[in-house]
Design a protein around this ligand. Structure first.
Ligand code: PFF
Length: 448
């Protein structure tokens, strides 16, 4: 891979925001909020983003830009002769596991796009409940397979430039559509309850489990803890301001998630859907929204529905491709494998694990691990354990292994960015002490 840098600041932020904003904001955030009691969870999530995720984001971008290398190579370059490079393996394993169930949800979006195109939302007959779709086995497995095949074609075809171009327009379009859906959703009868659920915190709902979920969601949503930000930051120009890029990405990611919550939750209450019903939340709620929207806006609704699922699908494909690329690049570099073979191996592994995740809503629903379905175990294990361990290692590396002057130099652009110089002490303190200690406490409080 050539080591070109991202053009300007806007491009760097767009690329990082493109990786951050995805199913995590639109699909995962609303349902995790619903399972964890609403506003109080959001409060912890915002706090976790500011005191944990932002420092970890800075740590990863410092590692990436300093080394100019990907998640694994970075450790070998910055700490040669140490064992740190072993942890770099996590940055291959985690994305490959995540993409397995990401692809299943990508398949659901594809299936719902198909439903939108065949006007199923607006035909008056309604779409069957998500639970009957997802437990039907063959349809979601087929959708997962087709979604993964799309990704494989992109990985093999080298058309990623085109993809970048489309996502440049796709993301803003997705944003506009979500704003439109939010505005509509707020007019539904009973919407106020949904807004109160998101904005009026009941702090008694905060438990150690809620805190772990909030940290996991924040890491997942910002693509932290798996070396993705290290790799992306290695392409960021030396003259760019890491504070602005990290802060910009975190804020836009949070806003996107909040917006998705505001689009979904009022309708959840209006439709009488259980907010804690789980991974299918948006797939139950959106058909309800589109159905009722079509009564007042019959011509516009199918267009909104199609564009919505198209852009969600796009956000999912771009994220999935970047997740798959990590394993592919690893096999190519480490084992001098032909790209085609590497893609075949990674895709086959991901397909098999994904099929198991998908079937866990139907024929395999009886198989549980620690009381969770296969899908939930994968999601919880990756977000709430692996990503958090990854993030912990990255802050420990920057806070305790790298030398403070090097960290200062990278974060402040050798002193050129005055605001960064001023807040460096705070950021370094967060990286060195607050983030690692908090992460360990959150973990321990869940185990004990
Ligand atoms: N942050 C993405 C989301 O919220 O959907 C998930 C993700 C995508 C993580 C791509 C990592 C990645 F490389």
């Amino acid at each position: 891979m050539s080591r070109d840098s991202f053009g300007g600041r806007a491009t760097a932020i767009m690329a990082l925001a493109g990786s951050a904003i995805g199913l995590g904001n639109i699909w995962r955030f609303p349902y995790i909020v619903g399972q964890n009691g609403g506003a109080a969870f959001i409060f912890v999530y915002i706090l976790a983003t500011v005191i944990l995720s932002m420092p970890i984001f800075f740590a990863e971008s410092i590692i990436g830009r300093r080394s100019g290398a990907n998640g694994r190579g970075a450790f070998a370059r910055l700490a040669p002769g140490t064992k740190w490079h072993i942890f770099g393996l996590l940055s291959v394993l985690i994305p490959t596991l995540i993409v397995a169930y990401y692809s299943v949800v990508g398949g659901w979006s594809l299936d719902y796009l198909f439903k939108a195109m065949t006007l199923s939302f607006t035909s008056g007959e309604g779409v069957p409940a998500f639970s009957s779709f997802v437990s039907s086995a063959s349809e979601p497995v087929l959708a997962h397979t087709v979604f993964l095949l799309f990704c494989v074609i992109i990985l093999l075809g080298g058309v990623r430039k085109g993809i970048g171009l489309v996502s440049k327009y796709g993301m803003p379009l997705l944003f506009l559509i979500i704003v439109a859906i939010t505005v509509y959703s707020l007019t539904l009868p009973g919407a106020g309850k949904g807004v109160a659920y998101l904005l009026a915190p009941d702090f008694s709902k905060i438990t150690p489990q809620t805190c772990l979920e909030a940290v996991g969601q924040s890491f997942y949503s910002l693509s932290l803890g798996m070396g993705i930000i290290i790799t992306y930051s290695s392409y960021v120009n030396k003259s760019e301001n890491l504070l602005v890029i990290g802060g910009g990405t975190a804020i836009s990611d949070m806003l996107f998630a909040m917006l998705a919550g505001l689009a979904i939750m009022p309708a959840v209450f209006a439709a009488g859907i259980e907010p804690g019903s789980g991974a299918g939340l948006i797939f139950d709620t959106l058909p309800y929204i589109f159905n009722s929207m079509s009564q007042s806006l019959p011509l516009l609704t199918p267009i909104v529905a199609i564009l919505f699922f198209l852009t969600v699908l796009f956000a999912a494909v771009t994220s999935a491709v970047s997740l798959l690329e990590v394993g592919v690049a690893y096999l190519c570099q480490e084992f001098s494998m032909h790209r085609r073979n590497a893609v075949a191996i990674v895709a086959t592994f991901v397909w098999i694990v994904g099929v198991l995740c998908s079937l866990s809503f139907g024929p395999l629903s009886g198989v549980t691990i620690f009381g969770y379905s296969i899908f939930d175990v994968m999601d919880k294990f990756c977000s709430n354990i692996l990503l958090i361990i990854g993030g912990l290692l990255f802050v420990i590396f920057v806070g305790w292994q790298m030398k403070r002057p090097d960290v200062w130099d990278e974060f402040t652009n050798s002193g050129a960015k005055k605001a960064n110089v001023r807040i460096f002490g705070v950021v370094y303190f967060l990286i060195r002490y607050v983030a690692p200690v908090t992460v360990v406490l959150v973990f321990l409080s869940n185990i004990l």
